[in-house]
Design a protein around this ligand. Structure first.
Ligand code: HEC
Ligand code: HEC
Length: 452
């Protein structure tokens, strides 16, 4: 069950208010978390945000609720977050993830820094043409979330009907998009805004990169980490490196959009699959404690970073879609002949690409409490200002949820309330209204959620 809490502001001779404690399962729309203007290092330049879907604090907040809401699956047991877990870099350590009707056809992908890639197509095989397009595919997948409209499943339209009946969503969509009429495009935009907001730039690598170019040793790195960085960057060849940067391009470590497959060609079940040409960023392969967020690759076949390096050290077999960068002149598949020390240094370098905040920051965690409840705060508990304008009027101002229509009401006895004005908050949530100064008048803002 969910509920909306309508808090009340009273003002009279003196201002009164009360402070709510920040609680699990309470989403305060009057103080939205910062998703829209997070600091991004100057050396990060790739950004796949489309012009019509910039991140807003309201939109990413709605996306967060959708991402963690199990009601987006047929039988209300699976959310996006079931397979994209914050503690695991928004991935899953299971080889295949469990959906409403069976398991996934590929290994789950980490969703960190999805925004900062030149490749705008998503999934291991890049079948989604944009992040927006991607976000409702798991919902429509029979095995994953089960609104497929086939195999006895409800259709996506049934999900729209389900969400439209939930008052909280009518409020959140109104706040974000100015309409409580929910449709697939708006669901996609909100989910994509939340996914794009998930960023990780507080790694050991970022500390070094902030002052030093990639091809110079970082002062904060060990000799082994610097050696691994050089091997990662340098092209293969006599006395050369491992050539990783040719496809996983620093400082984003996003995949080159022209990449073909890397020689990992087995699908779950053993069939050959040559189509997997995308990788998530190589940031956050391991968590802040050094624990693996893997296994790695679309088939989760490489269970450690050492196995990953072993794979590239000697590509195990040829195929017709193998990336030419993994061949040597003459056509033979790559054999780097790296010694164990070199392999260890590349692993040590990869471990420097892990951040901290993205694993714990509440703005990316579940807004629901342990039993799946969510309460929205729509009116601020206090922090109302009353500015006497000196000409018989005063201005009431406070911060509420952005872009919502509120009603200002007045009372002399705190029992009977009369409407004074309708006031719509601005994009920052600011509500202002001029009133006539009079003794012993109390004011309150009220909010009525859309009924359809
Ligand atoms: C049952 C598990 C499961 C659920 C639920 C799920 N995903 Fe995924 N997700 C996966 C798997 C597996 C992949 C890789 C699939 C593939 O490439 O074929 C993936 C891939 C993705 C990608 C592509 C990342 C990239 O870098 O290309 C995004 C984005 C994503 N999921 C977002 C979501 C969102 C948003 C939801 C909820 C609407 C969701 N997922 C629900 C398992 C899941
Ligand atoms: C020719 C391009 C290319 C080169 C060079 C390359 N990779 Fe990859 N890498 C890929 C592709 C494509 C994938 C996704 C493969 C899949 O899952 O089928 C991938 C996947 C990975 C993954 C798994 C990511 C995950 O989320 O599971 C890691 C780790 C990785 N590469 C590390 C490296 C390292 C280290 C090097 C250098 C030794 C390297 N790669 C060189 C193209 C390349």
């Amino acid at each position: 069950m969910t509920s909306i809490r309508f808090s009340v502001i009273l003002l009279g001779i003196s201002l009164s208010g009360f402070q709510l404690q920040a609680q699990d399962g309470v989403l305060d729309l009057t103080t939205l978390a910062n998703y829209a203007s997070q600091p991004i290092p100057a050396y990060i330049t790739r950004n796949n945000t489309p012009g019509n879907n910039a991140i807003t604090n309201a939109g990413a907040t709605l996306g967060r609720v959708l991402f963690y809401d199990k009601r987006l699956s047929r039988n209300s047991t699976v959310a996006c977050a079931s397979c994209h877990q914050q503690a695991k870099g928004f991935g899953d350590t299971a080889t295949a993830s469990t959906g409403v009707s069976g398991t996934t056809g590929r290994h789950s992908m980490r969703l960190i820094n999805s925004r900062f890639s030149a490749e705008v197509k998503f999934f291991w095989d890049e079948r989604a043409t944009s992040l927006e397009n991607q976000t409702t595919r798991p919902i429509k997948d029979h095995a994953e979330m089960g609104f497929s409209g086939t195999s006895g499943d409800p259709a996506f339209a049934d999900l729209v009907t389900r969400l439209s009946a939930i008052p909280e969503y009518r409020v959140l969509f109104s706040m974000t998009f100015g309409t409580s009429t929910i449709d697939e495009t708006l669901i996609q935009r909100a989910l994509a805004q939340f996914v794009r907001s998930i960023q990780s730039f507080d790694s050991k690598y970022d500390v070094g990169r902030a002052t030093t170019a990639d091809n110079q040793p970082f002062a904060n790195f060990t000799a082994q980490e610097n050696a691994g960085k050089q091997l990662f960057l340098a092209a293969p060849g006599p006395g050369g490196g491992a050539g990783c940067a040719g496809c996983h391009r620093p400082p984003e470590f996003d995949i080159d959009p022209n990449s073909r497959n890397n020689g990992v060609i087995t699908a779950f079940g053993g069939a050959t699959d040559l189509t997997n040409t995308r990788s998530p960023t190589l940031r956050d392969l391991v968590g802040p404690g050094g624990q693996s967020n893997g296994s790695f690759m679309h088939d989760a076949s490489l269970t450690s970073l050492d196995q990953v390096i072993s794979h590239y050290n000697a590509i195990p077999g040829d195929n017709t879609n193998l990336d030419p960068r993994l061949r040597r002149p003459g056509g033979a598949v790559q054999n780097l002949n790296l010694n164990q020390g070199q392999r260890d240094s590349i692993v040590a370098f990869l471990r420097t690409l892990t951040g901290t905040a993205v694993y714990s920051d509440k703005k990316w965690s579940s807004p629901f409490n342990a039993i799946g409840e969510l309460t929205l705060i729509i009116l601020p508990p206090a922090a109302v200002s009353l500015q006497n304008n000196g000409n018989g009027t005063a201005t009431i101002a406070c911060t509420a949820a952005p872009n919502l229509p509120y009603q200002l009401e007045a009372s002399t006895d705190l029992k009977t309330w009369n409407p004074v004005a309708s006031v719509t908050s601005d994009a920052n949530g600011t509500l202002t209204q001029a009133v006539t100064v009079a003794a012993q008048v109390f004011y309150r803002f009220t909010y009525t959620p859309p009924t359809s």
